[in-house]
Structures are given as C-alpha cells and as structure tokens.
Design a protein around this ligand. Structure first.
Ligand code: NAG
Length: 395
C-alpha cells in the first residue's frame, strides 16, 4: 500500500495542471449556474442546465483566485450570500478559505485560525441557516462561523472544537450530508445499512440513535444535498464508491429513492446538486449530470446522465473521452475513468422506505432564518484511491 501511495504522490506531483476531481471543484450559484473552478488553470460558468448540451462555457477566471493545487479541494454554496467558499485550494495556505462572490464575480481570501484543526484532513458541510461550517476531523466535530461573508473580513475566522463525535470514527472516512439543519453521516462503522447517525446543529448534540431511511449500503461514498429555491434542504444524494446507484435520501419522509448509478463510475468523483440537477466531476475532469425532480420519482427512475458539453468544449477532460453521450440510469454502468471498485452494493428497486411525510425539522432552529437549505460537496476520501487508479491507468 505504501508503494501505491508513493506512486500516487509521484503522480500527483508530476501531473500537469489538468483538471482533477481533487484539485478542481464544481458548485452552483443561487440562480443555478454551474461554476467550474480550476479547470486547466481557469474557471468557467457553464450556465443553467438548459444550456449545457452545446456551445461554450464562459471564462470567469479572475484575479485573486486560489491556485487550485490542493489534493482535496472542497466548494460550498452560501445560498443567502450567493458566495462560493473554496477550501483546500492553496497548498501554501492550507487553512485559508477563498471566497468567490458570484454576483460581483470577485475573489477574496479569508484568513483562518485553524488551532488544532487539521485543514488537510476533514470533511465538512456548510449549514445554510447559520452559515457555519461543521467539520469532522480526527474524531472531533469542529465549527467555523462564516457570518454573512461574500468577501473576506479583516479578522481571522476560527475553527473551534465542539467535542468528540458521538459515533465510531476509528477507520471512518467521513461522508456527511446537510439537510434540515442536521448533519447526516453515511457509512459509519457499527451503524446498519440504510441508517444515518444525526448531529443536530442547533443543539450541538447527537440524536441518541441513528435514523432509518430505507435502503442504501453501509459504504463509503460521496454525499451532496439538493438545494431548494428557498427553505431548508430536504434531500441528500448519496453515491457509494462502487457507483452502483444514486440514493436520494429524503429527511422529511425518511425514505430513499434508489436510482441508477452515474455513467462514470469513479470513487474519486465529486458531486454538487442544484434544485434539479445532480452533477458529477470525475477524476478525468469530465463533468456530467442527471436531471432530478423532487416531485416525480418515475422521471427520476428514467433519468439519464449526460455530459456537460459546453464545459467539455472549453476544458476537455484529460485522458481521452469526454464521456460524450448519455447512459441510461441502470445500476453499475461504467465508462472507464478513475477508480472503479468491484463491490456491488445492495440496493435494488426504487423508492423503498417508509414513513409518512410530516413536518420535521426537529423543532429547533433558533437561528431565525427559518427554513433553509444548505450545501455541501464532498471531496477527499476516495481521492487517493482514484489517483491510484488514474496513475495505474496511465502506466
Ligand atoms: C424522520 O426522522 C427524524 C430524525 O430522526 C425524526 O425526527 C422524524 O420524526 C422522522 N419523521 C418521520 C415521518 O418518520
């Protein structure tokens, strides 16, 4: 294994400034334009999903941007501020948070006091209501207040330790989703498939027992939340590393839709969702998406993945095919990039789970803004594996 990681390191160091899921990122702004950062040294606005099939994404590269040279860059949308927060995009300032004001199209750099927080090893979500980051790192929960920032403030933002996580974190590579001001953890050791332990942000407390959502595997993977135009996010897409399915977990009804997996099976891919699209950034730099409807499960079952062509036109993926076409959403399809695991996840038929929709929201929410959404994109974790696969593929 050590040899493999040495190889990974070598590969990572020698790679040209290509698009990689680990150093590039995708995010949406609040009018659901797809932004792509760190694509061959540039940033792009690919517009809304109705424009992705042809043409060229707009170059929005501007001064003050990070170098996008990290290994686990993470981008988050602060919906109230129409700002993208970029973490881990500058190895010379690993804790810095770069802020892209999507309205002003300008960058600034927020200094951060990391304290005991390791900015090179964490997963995090951005809570919509409070605009706090919450991270899990080395067994501890950490929080950082982003205020109403769409540009950096003069004093440092501070990571503060919220105490030990109330879940098994040994050998746990965190997978976190945000919805209803709660954090949902996937693939936690000693927690049954289909269940998530929950951290309740406004009470800074863990629910005593995991919540059951239906049918998804106990696996590492990636999670990202669907936004709403206003109001709390209620659904999280969970994509296990084997890419067999996309699971959409609804935290109102506590049910799960089981959809076909992405066309590109890639454990190192990252994801970001708008209100109606789930987008994948694969290790190759290929960006593809599937449409999603919060109200039409049968449309979701039939949804196909397609390339974001206007982005590929200006920032072609490395190592060949731009995934061109679309693929029907059937389980474990592939098209060959990056890390592809062979395990097959349990999932099966659509729309399992039970429970009746009722308002949930957990009766907390002192922070005022009422219903809201929150964003997250998960990077990291699978990245090393993905790079191994990429490195091996290139040898
Ligand atoms: C869904 O799960 C949450 C979190 O455990 C719980 O508070 C809520 O009552 C559940 N709702 C339904 C409809 O089961």
């Amino acid at each position: 294994m050590r040899g493999l990681f040495a190889l990974v390191t070598l590969f990572a160091l020698s790679a040209p400034s290509a698009v990689r899921a680990g150093s590039s990122c995708i995010a949406f702004d609040t009018t659901w334009n797809l932004l792509a950062f760190g694509f061959n040294g540039k940033d792009y606005n690919a517009g809304t999903s109705d424009t992705w099939a042809s043409g060229s994404a707009a170059d929005i590269t501007a001064s003050g941007r990070p170098p996008f040279n990290g290994q686990a860059t993470k981008c988050y949308l602060s919906e109230f501020n129409n700002a993208i927060y970029v973490l881990g995009a500058d190895t010379s300032q690993p804790a810095a948070i770069y802020i892209y004001d999507a309205s002003a199209k300008s960058w600034s750099t927020q200094t951060v006091t990391a304290g005991g927080f390791d900015p090179t090893s964490f997963e995090a979500i951005l809570d919509h209501d409070t605009n706090f980051f919450y991270a899990l790192s080395k067994g501890e929960v950490w929080a950082l207040d982003m205020g109403d920032l769409k540009a950096a403030k003069s004093d440092a933002a501070v990571w503060s330790d919220q105490g030990a996580a109330d879940i098994t974190t040994t050998n746990y590579d965190p997978v976190m989703g945000i919805a209803q001001n709660h954090i949902y953890f996937f693939g936690v050791p000693n927690v049954a498939a289909g269940n998530c332990p929950i951290y309740v942000i406004h009470f800074a407390a863990w629910q005593p027992t995991p919540q059951a959502y239906g049918n998804f595997p106990d696996s590492h993977g990636q999670a990202t939340s669907f936004f709403l135009d206003s109001g709390v996010q209620q659904e999280i897409a969970f994509i296990p590393d084997d890419g067999s399915h996309v699971y959409i977990v609804n935290v109102e009804t506590n049910t799960t839709q089981t959809l076909g997996g992405p066309a590109t099976v890639d454990a190192a891919a990252t994801y970001f969702a708008s209100t109606t699209a789930l987008v994948q950034l694969a290790s190759s730099g290929a960006v593809s998406w599937m449409p999603y409807s919060a109200s039409d499960a049968s449309a979701n079952s039939a949804a196909k993945w397609s390339a974001v062509q206007n982005l590929a036109a200006v920032a072609p993926p490395s190592g060949g095919s731009s995934t061109g076409g679309s693929s029907a959403g059937s389980g474990s399809s592939t098209s060959g990039t990056g890390a592809k695991t062979s395990t097959k996840a349990g999932g099966g038929s659509p729309a399992t789970g039970s429970g009746t929709p009722t308002g949930t929201g957990s009766g907390s929410n002192p922070s005022g803004t009422g219903a809201s959404a929150a964003s997250r994109v998960v990077v990291g974790s699978g990245t090393a594996l993905g790079l191994v696969a990429v490195a091996l593929a290139l040898l």
